[in-house]
Design a protein around this ligand. Sequence first.
Ligand code: AQP
Length: 330
Amino acid sequence: RPRLFSGMQPTQDSLHIGNYLGALVNWVSMQEEFEAIYSVVDLHSLTVDVDPGVLRTRTRATAAQYIAAGVDPAKSAIFVQSHVAEHAELTWVLSCITGFGEAGRMTQFKDKSSKRGSEGTNVGLFTYPILMAADILLYDAARVPVGEDQRQHLELSRNLAQRFNGRYGETFVVPEPHILQATAKIQDLQEPTAKMSKTSPAGSIDLLADPKQTAKRIRSAVTDLEREIRYDEAEKPGISNLLSIYSALDGRTIAQLETDYEGKGYGDLKKDLAEVVVGVLGPIRERAMQLLDDPAELDRILADGAERVRPIASATLARVYDRVGLLAPS
Ligand code: AQP
């Protein structure tokens, strides 16, 4: 079976519905066809200042949400990035073949560093996509299921793989993105022209949130001054986003939803959508809570995942070290 890698950062207590629809739903369906490896990328999350205890809690919570959403530890390897040291080690080698300008052109880095200012921007934020390339290339992953926001980072991973192969001989598999167009970009409920993000929680729908809070967030989603329920990303980003979420969860096409809501108000749409969302997320939340009640069992699953992937990562790193001419220890 071809191999697949993906990961999420443990940057909040809960994942959001953008992570779920943009990535997790794909993860679950792809684990049948692929040898899937799913990581909680805790090293990536160190680019944000975080309390150590909070990070540990969030790391377990993120893994619990993968499983609660349907990732099956019997089929897929689920592990914590820092448990496999090769991720950090390969990052160093790859950073030595990455151009400074090339890394500086990453739009996520440009956005985040301009928000944080040069004093608030750490070097980890700059090398973040190189660590992501290491994650993927270590496992010879042919496919990487991610949301649209990660497309440019994936392109860098492909470039680095090709560059290394060109310079040192065939070493890495060049990965292909796997992006589900309809749900690749779920927008923020409060600011529907920006993507839903863990770093602006007020506009997100969280997997672990109380159903009442979820309904309230949907009720107060920003829309527009018209009355018509119609998909139009440019003119009606708020309503379009609600329709995308609705369609992804309920199975009806957007065109069908437009017909079904003809003559109805935004309030009706929001009320029904809240019910659909709570109906899907409720069981995920419950299962995640159960898993978090037994951290020892969760840690066992994570240890097992790391054990399964470590031999693959160490074989790749050994190959890379050899190719670049690092002297093997005797
Ligand atoms: N809004 C989104 N719509 C669709 N897919 C999304 N993803 C993230 N946001 C959306 C996908 O989720 C996976 C995990 O990415 P992440 O851990 O970087 O999550 P995040 O929510 O983007 O994280 P942060 O901490 O909140 O980062 P910023 O500040 O960048 O938004 C990926 O597959 C991603 O594509």
